[in-house]
Write a protein that binds this ligand. Sequence first.
Ligand code: SF4
Ligand code: SF4
Length: 228
Amino acid sequence: MKNNRSEHPRTHCIRCGECCIVASPTLQAQDLPLIQGGAIAARDLFTIRQGELVWDNVIEAFTVTGQDILKVREKQEGGCVFFDDNAKACTIYEKRPAQCAAMACWDMAEFMRVYKGAKLARRDVVKDGVVLGLIEAHERRCSYEALQAHVKAIETDGEKAVEKVIGLLKFDHQMRPFLLQKLGLNPDEMDFLFGRPLADTVVMFGLKVVREPDGTFFLTRVEKRVPG
Ligand code: SF4
Ligand code: SF4
């Protein structure tokens, strides 16, 4: 979010909620106690995995993340899940994340100081060794680096590379219900544990998944968002 002092000639927060409606916060390292204490649950979060495309409100552009980051979920209509539209208030105000506490739309200096600090990642939160092993195995098989390499190879290798892309998307797609059944994981925590489904995020490479009624899916081209 750019410093919009000219649009907001304020000297203090009037709790208008604009910043909560525009976007949800990313968690910083110092936010870990909020999860440990239960103010924020894993189901309230999703992971943006290394190499994934994300809209950065600070620079107001899409950017590819160089690391795993945790974000508070947003409502379907947009805005942070913790924002109560009727009350126009944060439902976890006393325990809101560091980025929110630092937000002062008329002077972004403190926000930028916090924003530049260390971010929280899945490995800081997940303590179960089996689940951590699954996260790592998923990362090895379905990294954005691997997906990008297969997408790039479509130009030279054609159908063979398309099959590899579909193979990754299928693995990611089928692994989720399998693990839910086998390990009794919480379905609402899957996007936190394994990031958003590749079938949704592959759009960053200019591909879109079309699902057939029989469960099979194929790829079509859309406008690409990631350079290279
Ligand atoms: S910091 Fe957020 S809630 Fe406070 S005045 Fe600015 S936009 Fe509104
Ligand atoms: S956690 Fe609270 S203060 Fe932060 S964006 Fe969400 S509603 Fe706003």
